[in-house]
Design a protein around this ligand. Structure first.
Ligand code: NDP
Length: 308
């Protein structure tokens, strides 16, 4: 039997090389050269190319190489097979770096200073220590939790917002819709690391922004569809929000006529929060395949109903 690999961050050839290094006997078929589709019983993929899941009558397992499974779960050709994520449950160090970088930028008003430089204006904004700054992380999955811990270790007052209450290891936990307003009210910098689900689509909207303290900043590392673009622009233009950093967009690459490109308070990044490292993740893919073939429980199984 064979594994279908579709190109994703990290590069198809690097993934193929890493998978074969971890499992020398594995028959890896790289999309679109898949040979006989009937031979394929597993797939390892990020967002699937259109049609990649069609005609795979013997598919029994999908390993998501990316943390976000929203595009995969939306694929009209997706059958009722288990979907498993292969990311490190301890998070991703590049995502930690990215979150820390942008929280520090907003914490020390870098976007405002760069804009002032364009105007040749010598301005001084209030300087706070990290211990005086409240950061809120939306979503404490493997990546979100690691980010929250790194921000906590850097000295920030960190809170997280999740669905189900739990202990937070120094991170204050807010859960459910009931505690969303309280979470927002205390959060001066918000880092979004939610999965995209029907419940979280458009969650960064006018009501959410209005509940944040004046001068708050947004760092969106989740998905573009979390943001209601017109509401974000209005909140920035009114001065209620100070700045926003966006790494993800509903359409990527971001179309050249998007108003986000030219907005003075928005930093646009081309979905570069991290790079997947096939050599690090291939052993995790191997462990999933081994468990699957032995009929053992699969770790990090995506709950199709919940959407993550
Ligand atoms: P998950 O995608 O597994 O998200 C789970 C977290 O979100 C949990 O804490 C969960 O709460 C919380 N959550 C889900 N739905 C809700 C809701 N309705 N209300 C409140 N909390 C909710 O987490 P990861 O950390 O693995 O990944 C985070 C996301 O980051 C990915 O889904 C992906 O979209 C994005 N991402 C972006 C990248 C980029 O390059 N910019 C790279 C990697 C990931 P609970 O714990 O209670 O279940």
């Amino acid at each position: 039997m064979a594994l279908l690999l579709t190109p994703t961050s990290g590069g198809a050839e690097a993934w193929r090389h890493a998978l074969i290094a971890a499992m020398p006997d594995l028959d890896v078929r790289v999309w679109p050269d898949i040979g006989d589709p009937a031979a394929i019983d597993m797939a390892a993929m990020g967002p699937p190319p259109a049609g990649a899941l069609r005609k795979l009558a013997n598919l029994r397992l999908i390993i998501s190489l990316t943390a976000g499974t929203d595009a995969l779960l939306r694929d009209p050709d997706l059958s009722d097979v288990p979907v498993v994520r292969c990311g490190d449950p301890a998070g991703d160090t590049m995502m930690n770096e990215t979150a820390l970088l942008h929280v520090l930028r907003h914490h020390r008003h870098l976007p405002e200073y760069l804009a002032a430089q364009q105007r040749r204006e010598w301005i001084k904004l209030p300087i706070k220590a990290a211990r005086e700054r409240k950061v809120g992380v939306m979503g404490l999955g493997p990546i979100g939790m690691a980010v929250a811990k790194v921000l906590f270790a850097a000295g920030f007052q960190v809170a997280g917002w999740v669905r189900n209450p739990r202990a937070g290891d120094g991170v204050e936990i807010f859960s459910g819709r009931e505690q969303f307003a309280a979470f927002l009210k205390r959060s001066e910098i918000v880092v979004n690391l939610l999965p995209l689900t029907p419940e979280t689509r458009g969650i960064l909207n006018a009501q959410t922004f209005a509940a944040l303290p004046a001068g708050a900043a947004i760092v969106n590392l989740g998905r573009g569809e979390h943001v209601v673009e017109a509401d974000l622009i209005a909140a920035l233009d009114s001065g209620h929000l100070a700045a926003a950093t966006l790494d993800v967009f509903p359409v990527e690459p971001l179309p050249s006529d998007s108003p986000l490109w030219r907005h003075p308070k928005i930093t646009v990044l081309p979905h570069v929060a991290r790079r997947l490292v096939p050599m690090q993740l291939a052993p995790r893919v191997r462990d999933i395949i081994t468990a699957f073939r032995a009929g053992r429980p699969l770790p990090q199984l995506v709950d199709r109903k919940r959407g993550y």
